[in-house]
Design a protein around this ligand. Structure first.
Ligand code: ATP
Ligand code: MG
Length: 273
């Protein structure tokens, strides 16, 4: 029997399984119950189901024999697998899962501990993004933000201080959306939004990093998917705040891959008993 790892999140449900020696990755909208059910019903006869994420329990009604895996352990385990695949041997780091919301973890040789969370995340890109632009498609919103200029929307330190007078660098934000008017371009608004979320995440991460003397931030979660503007904004303070940003490939699947791996280890230990 094989294993399926399912990360049923607030917005997206990610599925990882292996068939004929190949690993498969699938993503569904979490409210698309019919498609998810179809996929799981098809695979369930010869797979053990390992579920994680906020909506994991909902699937237990249809698949009572499914196992539930701790979400934080799954994300941690999956991230370690992704880093290992890229030969990134990191002894300690701040792990940041940017999903619908954002969770921050401390990882070291002893394991993983959740530190804090923020409601600013991928759900804010979709929700506030749609309020600001009238668009709802994630990829349209993300593509707008790559074309936008946040300086048109944000009040920068340099907008307040006379040239050369500022005690902090001119390009820093004095007030997010501080130049807001009704006549701004959608692209500029989207970039200002992306940047505001990134700035807040970095602020929170760097405080945690300072407390635990860490300087590597590893980012996972689907809010980074095809989102070059967001990644750029998350890396912009690397020199100033002395951190290194790492974006493992396939980071959207960290939770589902972790659930898959925990399932594989569980099955393996049962087979050996
Ligand atoms: P949580 O872990 O907070 O419960 P989740 O697991 O559903 O939520 P992710 O799947 O990691 O969260 O990320 C969801 C976010 O990814 C969305 O809010 C959106 O910003 C972004 N996203 C990426 N691809 C898509 C897509 N195809 N459709 C909608 N949103 C997408
Ligand atoms: Mg999630």
């Amino acid at each position: 029997m094989n294993v399926i790892g399912i990360d049923a999140g607030g917005t997206l449900t990610k599925i990882v399984y292996e068939e004929k020696g190949r690993r498969h990755f699938k993503t569904f909208y979490s409210d698309d119950h019919i498609e998810i059910q179809k996929c799981l019903k098809f695979l369930a006869p010869n797979h053990f189901l390992y579920l994680t994420g906020g909506k994991a329990e909902n699937w237990r009604k249809s698949f009572p024999r499914a196992h539930i895996v701790d979400e934080f352990q799954a994300v941690y385990k999956g991230t370690e697998m992704l880093l290992k695949k890229e030969r990134q041997e990191l002894k300690q780091y701040i792990l940041i899962n940017i999903g619908t919301g954002t969770s921050f973890f401390r990882v070291d040789e002893k394991g993983c501990e959740r530190l804090l969370g923020s409601g600013l995340g991928g759900g804010t890109i979709l929700g506030l993004g749609s309020i600001l632009t009238g668009l709802s498609d994630y990829f349209n919103l993300v593509s707008l933000s790559t074309k936008g200029k946040r300086e048109k929307v944000d009040l920068l330190v340099g907008d307040i201080y006379e040239k050369g007078d500022s005690p902090i660098p001119d390009h820093l934000t004095a007030s997010n959306f501080g130049k807001g008017t009704m006549s701004l371009e959608k692209a500029d608004l989207m970039r200002a939004l992306t940047n505001m979320i990134a700035e807040t995440i970095i602020l929170l991460a760097s405080h945690a990093a300072k407390q635990y003397q860490m300087n590597t931030f590893v980012f996972v979660g689907s809010a980074l998917e095809a989102n070059t503007a967001f990644k750029e904004d998350l890396t912009q303070f690397q020199d100033m705040l002395s951190y290194t940003a790492v974006f493992p490939d396939m980071g959207s699947y960290a939770g589902s891959l972790g659930a898959y791996q925990i399932g594989m280890e569980g099955q393996d230990s049962q087979n050996r008993q």
